[in-house]
Design a binder for this molecule. Structure first.
Ligand code: FMN
Length: 177
């Protein structure tokens, strides 16, 4: 990814339980030449069965933030962080909320994406509220049922979004000059 001819260091941090958000994150990583960080919670039941569903529901309903398995990349060394999650009960997954709580995102540019089955609801608004000390870009990517759309469409939309973010950040760079 480049802004005004200068390469940006981009990190994509995401959570995915059934693989849909992962498919988007992987295409974004290709389009933006970004590093990828997949979040996992300590003690999270494997797979997407009933145990996992109730684990997710418990954390959502009790507003719990699960402890994350240590992540590899240091967000403070990146220019732009893309944060992605499935929509769960109209908000981002608890693992993403744990990440926002603990990662050094202050004064960073952050772009948000999600996958969902019915409606994204206020998910982006919730997360933007948690990122008060970051610059959250208005341009978001919400993807309805990526599995049904297929890999080709995911790749096209990922490339388009990355391009839009480049334009948006170029505008901000010009305003600062
Ligand atoms: C616990 C749970 C809650 C969900 N809540 C919503 C919701 O509120 N709105 C929606 O559109 N989809 C909802 N979904 C569907 C997921 O957002 C959708 O399947 C998503 O693409 C899964 O992404 P993943 O494969 O990366 O985990 C929910 C799924 C789960 C497991």
């Amino acid at each position: 990814m480049q802004v005004a001819g200068i390469p940006l260091k981009v990190l994509i941090v995401y959570y995915s339980s059934a693989g849909h958000t992962r498919a988007i994150a992987q295409q974004l990583a290709k389009a933006a030449q970004a590093d990828l960080e997949e979040l996992r919670a300590v003690g999270e039941p494997p797979g997407t069965g009933a145990r996992h569903y109730f684990w997710a529901l418990r954390h959502l309903l009790l507003s719990q933030k699960p402890i994350l398995i240590p992540f590899e990349h240091d967000a403070s060394t990146y220019d732009l962080i893309m944060l992605g999650s499935p929509v769960w009960l109209g908000t981002f997954s608890p693992a993403l909320r744990s990440y926002i709580w603990t990662a050094p995102l202050a004064h960073k540019h952050v772009a948000l994406f999600c996958s969902y089955r019915n409606a994204p609801g206020p998910a982006f608004k919730h997360v933007a509220r948690m990122l008060r000390t970051s610059t959250v870009l208005e341009n978001t990517l919400s993807f309805l049922d990526p599995a049904a759309a297929g890999a080709g469409i995911i790749a096209i939309r990922a490339q388009r979004w990355v391009h839009e973010l480049e334009l948006c950040l170029s505008g901000q760079a010009e305003t600062r000059l």
